[in-house]
Ligand binder design. Structure first.
Ligand SMILES: Nc1ncnc2c1ncn2[C@@H]1O[C@H](COP(=O)(O)OP(=O)(O)O)[C@@H](O)[C@H]1O
Ligand SMILES: [Mg+2]
Length: 173
């Protein structure tokens, strides 16, 4: 089921690095979050505890939201709100861990959500791989050690290649 999103090979646009702490993962997220606009779609993969929610917390901070960010594991979708500098766009934090395949998908209204003008952040996208738009930024987190995680950013589509180029410039100069 994961094959639809997880690419077999890296492309030259991919960006790979190591985060050395939860705080660093949050900062990386904030750098990325600042650059996001309504309509953007980010898919976050990696096992439980990899840091998907931690990264999303940073993304929400970057968009100017400073309320609580927790994995919506039971409710599936949390909604936050960006600040005025980011046009108060809705931020949808989706966790599909408990979703039982594409058949259940319509019950949570993800299609409608993807059509609205918000920023959409999805944990466990593999659960519904085929139902998601092919243009997105995929982020894969993997466990390196207790405090280290590998972060791989994989843009799919021109919007996300541009986004990543801006992110690289802002982060690594
Ligand atoms: N470099 C790191 N980046 C992100 N989280 C880390 C890192 N090192 C340790 N952690 C810990 O790993 C856990 C990640 O949890 P969480 O973000 O909820 O994972 P997920 O949403 O992928 O299941 C947190 O307890 C966090 O403190
Ligand atoms: Mg999570």
């Amino acid at each position: 089921m994961t094959d639809q999103i997880l690419p077999a090979a890296q492309t030259p646009h991919d960006l790979d690095f190591i985060s050395h702490s939860p705080a660093q993962t949050e900062r990386i997220g904030a750098r990325l979050g600042r650059l996001l606009c309504a309509g953007d779609l980010i898919l976050l993969s990696g096992p439980l505890g990899a840091g998907k929610t931690q990264l999303i917390k940073g993304i929400a901070r970057g968009l100017g939201y400073d309320g609580p960010v927790t994995s919506p594991t039971f409710v599936l979708i949390n909604e936050y709100r960006a600040d005025a500098a980011h046009h108060r766009v809705p931020i949808y934090h989706v966790d599909l861990y408990r979703l039982d395949g594409v058949r259940e998908l319509s019950t949570i209204g993800l299609d409608e959500l993807l059509m609205t003008e918000g920023v959409c952040l999805i944990e466990w996208p593999e659960r519904v791989a085929m139902a998601l738009p092919s243009e997105h930024l995929q982020i894969v987190l993997s466990y390196v050690s207790e405090t280290k995680r590998q972060v791989r950013l994989m843009p799919r589509g021109q919007r996300y290649r541009d986004l990543l180029a801006t992110f690289k410039e802002a982060t690594f100069g």
